[in-house]
Design a protein around this ligand. Structure first.
Ligand code: SF4
Length: 143
């Protein structure tokens, strides 16, 4: 299968603070499959950078600067990169990749229901989305 995956889950140090969210179990499940690694934020920001969150579809950093336009372009580029993928696996709660739950945009650590900018674009284009919290479902599909 061909699967798009958030680069931070694969161990790339692309998060705002220069770290990653490497998921060893996920990576072992993906062995033998074609992986397309994507990170919309790394197309826009130098790393490290200020934390960003999403509120009402707009991406801002913790200083209040609006990055929605640049992030929208980056997400559209990522969408083009994942063409032909069977499904996508995205990092939960991110303002870009988050699916189902995101931080509320107040930089207070509050979680609300919602999707990140890239996850929204994936949904609009018919992609099935999983997160790193869906390992059992992913395993069932890949076996
Ligand atoms: S969650 Fe998505 S945008 Fe954020 S660092 Fe990971 S891959 Fe990049």
């Amino acid at each position: 299968m061909k699967i798009a995956v958030s680069a931070c889950l694969l161990g790339d140090n692309v998060r705002y603070d220069g770290t990653n969210k490497f998921n060893e179990v996920l990576v072992s499940l993906l062995e033998g499959h074609e992986i397309i690694r994507i990170c919309p934020e790394a197309m826009v920001f130098l790393i490290p950078h200020l934390p960003i969150e999403i509120q009402d579809g707009r991406i801002t950093d913790s200083d209040g600067f609006d990055h929605t336009q640049d992030m929208t372009i980056a997400c559209e580029k990522c969408l083009a990169q994942i063409e032909g993928c069977d499904f996508v696996i995205l990092k939960s709660k991110s303002p870009s990749c988050g699916y189902g739950e995101i931080y509320d945009g107040t930089f207070s650590g509050t979680i609300i229901k919602g999707n990140g900018l890239f996850a929204t674009l994936c949904l609009e284009n018919g992609y099935r989305i999983f997160t790193e919290n869906d390992l059992e479902e992913i395993r069932q599909i890949l076996i």
